[in-house]
Design a protein around this ligand. Structure first.
Ligand SMILES: O=CC(=O)O
Length: 313
């Protein structure tokens, strides 16, 4: 397989690169001084793209690679891949579900605790020597609070399972109610937000879910409510989020994802009721290596004419 060209648009993980290099002709786009020329030069050998949450495959890239057969994403979310166009052109698409579910769900709970118990702010309090001048103020209990989840897929269910261990009642919104789940279903996001304390966004990003968290939803969540976004930045109307937090219409936010990563609205930097992570939901060595193995497994299956391990298209 070592003559098969695999395009890696941006650096993702040394382990992934090393494993790709062992098997394929790995083409690292970011190392090329002129990217368009690089694509042109290798257009007839590139048969696969490895994408991720920030670099996928749009129609323009797909059109520039006439021999492209597969886009294997090193992510579960595939909103950066033009799925419709891939389908039309017969290009296969895979992602990395399951292996990252637990880590991403852990981060949702971690963010909820960090925001409500002010973990990051308390840490800064100790480091800056302020403790010597007096005790840190009281915070807000997480155990027992109602957790609302937008998107009851694999990760949503894993968040629910963890929150249940904290005695939290669970409610959810998804495209339709799931009769096999014992959790309370709300048919609209506003109703869910009005009836929970912590609202976790974990659905895929699509045209329907873009800005699913708008001003009305934030107002419904209210001055004591906490928003946790572990999905995608564009799920949230970011300027509205900034205003809601600055004006005290929203109680707090724990964010792993942003509209325009790695840009984060600077107005949030001074707010102690906000915890900001740099898109690290699946970012453990164990999980990222498992994701890399899945990418490799999908590429090998494809080029050996075997069934894909985790096909999307
Ligand atoms: O954001 C991360 C992913 O989609 O895997």
């Amino acid at each position: 397989m070592d003559s098969i060209g695999v395009l890696l648009p941006i650096p993702m993980s040394p382990y992934l690169e090393q494993e790709l290099e062992k098997r394929f002709n790995l083409l690292k786009l970011w190392t090329a001084p002129h990217k368009t020329q690089f694509i042109k030069d290798h257009a007839t050998s590139i048969r696969a793209i490895v994408g991720n949450a920030s670099a996928g495959a749009d129609a323009e890239l797909i059109d520039s690679l006439p021999k492209l057969e597969i886009v294997a994403s090193y992510s579960v979310g595939i909103d950066k891949v033009d799925l419709k166009y891939c389908k039309e052109k017969g290009v296969r698409v895979t992602n990395t579900p399951d292996v990252l579910t637990e880590d991403v769900a852990d981060i949702a709970i971690g963010l909820s605790l960090a925001v409500m118990r002010r973990l990051c702010e308390s840490d800064r309090y100790v480091r800056s020597g302020l403790w010597k001048k007096g005790d840190y103020k009281l915070t807000t209990k997480f155990t027992g609070k109602t957790v609302g989840i937008i998107g009851m897929g694999r990760i949503g269910k894993a968040v629910a399972k963890r929150a249940e261990a904290f005695s939290c009642p669970i409610a959810y919104f998804s495209r339709s109610g799931k009769p096999d789940l014992k959790y309370k279903y709300y048919p609209t996001v506003v109703e869910l937000a009005s009836n929970c304390d912590v609202l976790v966004v974990v659905c895929p990003l699509t045209e329907e879910t873009r800005h699913i968290i708008n001003r009305e939803v934030m107002n419904a969540l209210g001055p004591k409510g906490v928003l946790i976004n572990i999905g995608r930045g564009p799920h949230v109307d970011e300027p509205e989020l900034v205003s809601a937090l600055l004006e005290g219409r929203l109680g707090g936010a724990g964010l792993d994802v942003y509209q325009n990563e790695p840009e984060v609205p600077e107005e949030l930097f001074g707010l102690e009721n906000v915890v900001l992570l740099p898109h690290v939901g699946s970012g453990t060595v164990e999980t990222r290596n498992a994701m890399a193995d899945l990418v490799i497994g999908n590429l090998e299956a494809h080029f050996l004419n075997k069934p894909l391990l985790t096909p999307v298209v």
